[in-house]
Design a protein around this ligand. Sequence first.
Ligand SMILES: Cc1cc2nc3c(=O)[nH]c(=O)nc-3n(C[C@H](O)[C@H](O)[C@H](O)COP(=O)(O)OP(=O)(O)OC[C@H]3O[C@@H](n4cnc5c(N)ncnc54)[C@H](O)[C@@H]3O)c2cc1C
Length: 420
Amino acid sequence: MNYDSIVIGAGYAGLMTAYSLMRGGQKVLVLAKGYGRTHLATGMIDVLGYVDGERVTRPLEAVARLRTPQPGHPYARLAPESLRAAMALFLNVMSEAGYVFAGSIDENLLLPTAVGAVRPVALVPQTMVAGDVREKTPLVIVGFENFKDFYPELIAANLARNPLSITARAITLSLPTLENDADVAPMILARAFERAEFRRKLAAQLKPHLKAGERVGFPAVLGVDKAPEVLTDLQTHLGARIFEIPTLPPSIPGLRICRALERLLRQGGARVQIGHPVVEGRVSGARVEAVAVKSAARLKWYAARNFILATGGVAAHGLEVDSAGAVREPLFNLPVANVPAPSQPRFAAAYFGEHPLSKIGVNTDSEMRPLSVDGRPVLENLRVCGALLAGAEPWKEKSGEGISLASAYQAAQVILESRK
Ligand SMILES: Cc1cc2nc3c(=O)[nH]c(=O)nc-3n(C[C@H](O)[C@H](O)[C@H](O)COP(=O)(O)OP(=O)(O)OC[C@H]3O[C@@H](n4cnc5c(N)ncnc54)[C@H](O)[C@@H]3O)c2cc1C
């Protein structure tokens, strides 16, 4: 079968490109080795949280200011309207999936983290909104005796220490029906929250401890597929506003997003094949003709008119770094920019320092086509998006999801426009 577009990768970038192309009427195939960073990151959408170590209040304005001092940044190559349109699309898609998001790219919210710091973030699921610490009502952070890696006392103590004068205290509860499990996994707990009886018992345990006007923060495990329903029901039982705080991986909120996108893609007629690593591309002249997936004893080739490479950065193996510091893009051997010379250090001494290796990636033109070192497109029908792009430091800037969504949007628009 021939496809209009084949998307390689199933993180934010791959899934959202596939969604836009499918909605644009294309026959789409997604091939991915595994799931993306969705399952590890917070499940929030960062657009731009920090520039030069300074917290960003207005992300859209800060992105516009970034373009001149950082011309190599992905945001500098993306049209300003792509960012706004990509975020609007994401909000619509999540609403369509029944997992509503709130926030905007005009102003960051300020939400508690799993260690009780506060982080600027643009879009968050409705289940997290009530945690915004710009509001001054007191917070109660709830943890569970046998749910490890979430420490309500640490979160509350660090929030209380914050210069924003946040009032916070901690409560630890036992888990009804799960008391005898030594270590409850996030997925088990999320499924437990989907049971009405579990919620009723938990709320009965918690309610006597709450004071009027307090907001209640839970680890982000309030259901997998029914989070909005779980949130509403718990709020009714408790008579208080509640919110989720992202936990350490695995990320249940990220998993919700991925499941929602995968479901919408399949319902819309796209084919999604996870567990299908692409191992090779067949190129003729300046065009990709087909990509191969390794199956049982042979290679299986898939042909299309357009290809989208959304294979992520080093962690996802979109880029490979060997022990000598050589960097390669493994599927099409695309030129990789910002690679430190062999004689130069790859990492800074300080963890939050400027790591020379951190901005490596593929440079593209505004049509998201990969560029050679002298700035010419190397493949006409291949678009690159997401964490594979050169020039950003997503962890430090808090820009990862914004770049992935905006570049996905731009890549899809270029492909759809070129068909007209
Ligand atoms: C633990 C963690 C926390 C993070 N926290 C933040 C944060 O707070 N703020 C922020 O801005 N950013 C954060 N990031 C980064 C952010 O999540 C990423 O920048 C963004 O999600 C990247 O999305 P992507 O779709 O481009 O790539 P990915 O999500 O990495 O997806 C890559 C996809 O490509 C697939 N793939 C790779 N190679 C192949 C192949 N050969 N064949 C087929 N498929 C292939 C992978 O299986 C995967 O599906 C975090 C990342 C992690 C891991």
